[in-house]
Design a protein around this ligand. Structure first.
Ligand code: THU
Length: 147
């Protein structure tokens, strides 16, 4: 798939997301999503959505990629970019829970490349996707320190 105007490295990331999308476990929605997270060493951590009969435990592709990277020993805040792809009309838009997890584990200015299978894409930073977020620093109030 060609992503017109997208840089070579982000295109590579989007294609990795597109590959892993095919491994999605989606018996309920049938809606496959893929994500590819670029770490600071240039390695790509892939994720797909994994659904559950109880619906609630479903893990989105973005979180699968982020959690895999953390489990592989990568540090929060050190990632370069994440690409996400789904079979949507326009570029896919990450859900609210994933936006909150992105804020937790990535720098606020980290780019999120969102695309679809037709070659549409758009980029927003993590903080643009969740303005006014409750962040780790929201917990650091002086009077909470002794408790
Ligand atoms: N999903 C993702 O994996 N990422 C998104 O950005 C949007 C939604 C998944 C969750 C569920 O398995 C399916 O897509 C339908 O909502």
């Amino acid at each position: 798939m060609e992503y017109k105007g997208l840089s070579e490295s982000y295109t590579t990331l989007m294609r990795a997301a597109s590959e892993v999308m095919r491994r999605a476990y989606v018996p309920y929605s049938g809606f496959q999503v893929g994500a590819a997270l670029l770490d600071r060493d240039g390695h790509i951590h892939e994720g797909c959505n994994v659904e559950n009969a109880a619906y609630g435990p479903t893990n989105c592709a973005e979180r699968t990629a982020l959690f895999r990277a953390i489990a592989d020993g990568k540090q929060a805040g050190t990632f370069q970019a994440i690409a996400v792809i789904g079979d949507t009309e326009g570029p896919i838009s990450p859900c609210g829970i994933c936006r909150q997890v992105l804020i937790e584990l990535c720098q606020p200015d980290m780019p999120v490349i969102m695309g679809n299978r037709r070659g549409d894409w758009t980029i927003a930073t993590v903080s643009e996707l969740l303005p006014g977020a409750f962040t780790p620093s929201s917990l650091h109030k002086e009077e909470h320190k002794d408790q």
